[in-house]
Design a protein around this ligand. Structure first.
Ligand SMILES: Nc1ncnc2c1ncn2[C@@H]1O[C@H](COP(=O)(O)OP(=O)(O)OP(=O)(O)O)[C@@H](O)[C@H]1O
Length: 549
């Protein structure tokens, strides 16, 4: 459907307030309208610029630019996808990024100003396995960026850069993100998009200051005004799914809106499903939805479940993408890259084993390092079969040149019999192959090619870890429940298991957990299938099981 703003959306687009808070339920058009408002702002700035460029004037004011800040890589990818048409020719004047990618960019560009060396990023998995001095972890980025903003020249430069800043999912900003936003802003207009009913990060560890009251903080800023979008979903204009999701958020499971959604088949619930057949059952549902011609979002709580399902879909030949496991993908790239470097004589075998250990650790969930990772690092005895497979890979790589090593590295997951993350490994191979070919073509000396490859991969890796890179749009996308914010698909499959952990809430009304359910149940344009595995559903979702067919 083409975007035709309604009356209230038009007010947002035409507004010129210094701080505008736009609130609305799921699918009411906050993000799309913000893109239209950015375009209108840039058009007005262009017009003023043209007026000032009268004959005789030597200098023109600089081109206006806008910054669009969001939380996750997945939201950024979808914002780009959904707003490209609305922004039209103004797209190049809009920087769309995540808070962490923004902080990382500041640190790499200006970090020297606060006395740091060129920063190197350490992933959470690497931090579990190795101690590396002078590295930055994900959670260090925002505090370090805020330190950097104390340098007057840096702040002055940034404040001159944007005349409008949009913050999507504003209800989930923590204290540091809010400080970053209000500090870099200078005189720029702020457009803040929020929905208190979608505040889902308040119980996450380290989420200081996250809560629906963040919206009041915005209204305390000088010149702030609030506009509420009408409670009409443009995602599902029948409003059947949003109304049912709203009733479920309020824990009114016997509400007429829920019954209507079930009777119309737009909401379909199955419960008591056998846990040991999860991947098969979900894959079959996805296959049926694809046959009906739907794009599908599959939401599940555990990374390990997502990875197993991904492997199952790969075997069924269903094209899909796993969203939000960037560490698993970046560590696949690193491990294969290390193998290519080993074949080129510039990395040790130990480096290959280290990178494999990081990959194995990042493909499982939880704090525990898997035994296989310790085996690869030589801290625990290896079974003879693993030793044999490693020796075979070692010999094959030693005999290969970098071009041949790419194929060996792509095959190494299967050859070594690694238990998880096959899809990521394949994806990494697809990304690496053209890079290696390009660098070998450009540089006659393979050593130069490998050096250029290092630089290209370093940049890509940082993008993945800061959620700056969007994923290709595939018809089936798998993601965690917390990554569903801002997303939409024709149909969604929500996988709920008896052993899922939905945070510290123990009793009704499950305020935060119910907001998560609301987000998850409002992503579909046409149909949502909820699949409950196991006989003992968590209290948060147990009433859904009672509604099962
Ligand atoms: N006026 C409109 N006319 C047609 N389509 C619209 C209109 N407003 C929004 N849409 C479409 O509705 C869908 C939901 O819009 P959008 O993602 O902007 O909503 P949102 O409020 O940001 O949602 P959420 O909070 O659930 O992420 C998008 O596909 C968007 O293109």
């Amino acid at each position: 459907m083409t975007y035709q703003p309604d009356k209230t959306q038009r007010q947002v687009i035409d507004a010129d307030d210094s701080v505008l808070l736009v609130c609305g339920g799921a699918g009411t058009g906050k993000t799309t309208t913000a893109a239209a408002a950015v375009r209108a702002h840039l058009e007005r700035a262009d017009q003023r610029r043209a007026e000032k460029a009268e004959p005789g004037r030597r200098t023109r004011p600089p081109t206006a630019r806008a910054l669009f800040l969001s939380f996750s890589r997945s939201s950024v990818a979808q914002i780009l996808d959904r707003t490209a048409d609305v922004l039209g020719p103004y797209l190049p004047q809009v920087e769309i990024t995540t808070f962490h990618a923004f902080a990382w960019r500041l640190l790499t560009r200006w970090g020297g100003a606060i006395g740091g060396a060129e920063p190197a990023m350490l992933s959470e998995t690497e931090a579990k396995l190795f101690r590396v001095p002078d590295t930055i972890r994900y959670q260090d980025m925002l505090p370090r960026a805020l330190d950097l903003l104390k340098v007057p020249a840096v702040l002055e430069h940034l404040r001159a850069r944007w005349t409008m800043i949009v913050c999507d999912e504003f209800q989930d900003t923590d204290d540091r993100q809010f400080e970053l936003l209000t500090t870099v802003r200078g005189d720029a207009r702020l457009l803040l998009l929020g929905d208190p009913n979608q505040c889902i990060y308040s119980d996450l560890p380290g989420a200081v200051g996250v809560g629906p009251e963040r919206l009041d903080t915005a209204l305390d800023l000088p010149g702030a005004r609030r506009i509420d979008l009408p409670d009409v979903s443009h995602r599902d204009p029948s409003n059947v799914l949003p109304a049912a999701a709203a009733a479920i958020r309020r824990r009114e499971f016997d509400h007429a809106a829920v019954t209507a959604a079930l009777d119309s088949g737009r909401l379909h619930i199955q419960a008591g499903l056998p846990t040991d057949q999860e991947a098969d059952i979900v894959a079959a549902v996805v296959q049926d939805l694809r046959v009906e011609g739907h794009t599908v979002g599959v939401f599940s709580h555990h990374i390990d479940a997502t990875t197993a399902l991904s492997d199952q879909l790969t075997h069924l030949d269903i094209a899909h993408e796993v969203i939000g496991l960037p560490e698993c993908l970046s560590s696949s790239i690193d491990a294969q890259h290390a193998m290519i470097r080993f074949a080129g004589g510039v990395a040790t075998w130990r480096a290959v084993l280290q990178r494999l250990a990081v990959f194995v650790t990042s493909s499982v969930r939880g704090k525990q390092v898997p035994n296989l990772a310790w085996m690869l690092l030589g801290k625990v005895a290896r079974p003879a079969a693993l030793d044999r497979r490693l020796d075979k890979l070692h010999a094959a790589l030693q005999a290969a040149d970098p071009a041949a090593a790419v194929a060996l590295a792509a095959d190494a997951h299967a050859q070594l019999g690694l238990p998880r993350g096959e899809r990521h490994w394949q994806h990494a191979a697809q990304l690496l192959q053209p890079q290696v070919v390009r660098q070998l073509r450009r540089h006659a000396d393979p050593a130069d090619a490998l050096e250029a490859l290092d630089a290209a991969i370093g940049a890509y890796r940082a993008d993945l870890l800061t959620y700056a890179t969007g994923e290709p749009a595939t018809p089936v996308q798998l993601m965690g429940l917390y990554q569903t914010k801002g997303r939409e698909a024709d149909a969604t499959v929500v996988v709920l298991r008896s052993n899922d952990f939905y945070g510290p809430e123990r009793h009704e009304p499950f305020e935060t957990g119910s907001r998560l359910l609301y987000v998850v149940l409002t992503r579909a344009r046409h149909k949502t299938v909820a699949l409950l595995f196991g006989d003992d559903p968590r209290p948060l979702v147990a009433p859904l099981a009672k509604l099962a067919m």
